[in-house]
Design a protein around this ligand. Structure first.
Ligand code: NAP
Length: 306
């Protein structure tokens, strides 16, 4: 029986573990299928406060992990396959292992969707990115592409135009899912060139870093190549919440909904990080919400001691 189990070991989960650890709760952290979360997929992090020279994402995560361990957090590998939150103690099942806890912090994160192209995953940090705020700065004066046709793609195209010499906005249709105001803003930006309808068939990286993309017009079948240094994939995120369907409240996109702060409608279950945030998605906001969840869990356990 654990006081508190934290599902997820990204920035939110690890911050929750540090706080719960320091509150003497001996939290158990279940790593999940992407240990370290999205920070472990990025390279240089320059906007996390306290690191004027920046820090590598994996190093930042490793530091948080060490810090959590120092305060008594325990870690177990494995992805959670089932949860029972209808009564306490809650039951958390990860493959063959079953755990019980009085409080649960869900910090399972969201995974950025990728295009599914060969070599794409391996090129993250070498020209492929899923986070404009994290990586835009590295493409100063260089041509890049943003792939997608939603608000994220428009926002990222505009944001990246501050750094890049040119932004090719590649979308598979001529119609956009993005709101009109966001499209207008991108269209008014002279550095942004709309490339539609176009499907990215291949990311060209013969030397191990992005040098271009091969595109195809799905209507005319015409093929083309765009030389560029970076590809920002902005085709949406999927929160890792499937196991909570019907158990915790979520919006139509699967993001968990908090009642207040980190509190859910189920007393004793708290949420933190990208699993409940499709707006900010920053390491520092995830850390902040992890802290909130741990403090809320601590208060809950104190109030329900008997
Ligand atoms: P989204 O609205 O779901 O748009 C995803 C885009 O990616 C769509 O244009 C889609 O094309 C395209 N796409 C999906 N899979 C693809 C694939 N395999 N290959 C190529 N293209 C693919 O996602 P989002 O832009 O991340 O936005 C998510 C939510 O956050 C939305 O509700 C959005 O309004 C909100 N948001 C708001 C703001 C803001 O207001 N400032 C900023 C960012 C996000 P199709 O259209 O052809 O399906």
């Amino acid at each position: 029986m654990h006081n508190v189990i934290i599902i997820g070991s990204g920035c939110a989960g690890l911050t929750a573990a540090i706080y719960a650890g320091r509150a003497n709760l001996k939290p158990l952290v279940l790593d999940g299928h992407e240990p370290g979360g999205q920070l472990s997929l990025t390279t240089h992090v320059e906007n996390y406060p306290g690191f004027p020279d920046g820090i590598m994402g994996p190093e930042l995560i490793e530091n948080m992990r060490k810090q959590a361990k120092k305060f008594g957090a325990e870690f177990k590998a494995g992805a959670v396959t089932e949860v029972e939150v209808s009564k306490r103690p809650f039951k958390i099942i990860a493959g063959k292992d079953t755990y019980e806890a009085q409080a649960l912090i869900v910090a399972a994160g969201a995974s950025a969707r990728l295009l599914g192209l060969e070599g794409e995953k391996e090129l993250i940090g070498h020209g492929v990115s899923t986070c404009a705020t994290c990586d835009g700065y590295f493409f100063r004066g260089k041509p890049i592409a943003v792939v997608g046709g939603g608000d994220s793609a428009m926002e990222e195209a505009n944001f990246l135009s501050r750094y890049a010499s040119k932004v090719h906005l590649i979308h598979r249709r001529n119609e956009f899912r993005a709101s009109k105001i966001m499209i207008d803003r991108a269209r008014a930006n002279e550095k942004v060139e709309f490339v539609t309808p176009a499907i990215v068939d291949e990311i060209l990286a013969p030397q191990g870093h992005v040098e271009g993309v091969r595109i195809r017009n799905p209507q005319t079948k015409e093929l083309g190549t765009i030389p560029l240094d970076g590809v920002f994939v902005a085709i949406g995120h999927d929160p890792n919440t499937i196991i909570f369907k019907g158990k915790l409240e979520m919006d139509s996109n699967g993001y968990l909904l908090a009642k207040h702060g980190s509190l859910t409608a189920v007393p004793g279950v708290f949420i933190a990080g990208d699993v409940q945030d499709h707006r900010y998605r920053q390491a520092v906001t995830a850390a902040g919400s992890g802290c909130m969840a741990a403090i809320d869990a601590e208060k809950f356990l104190e109030e329900h001691k008997h």
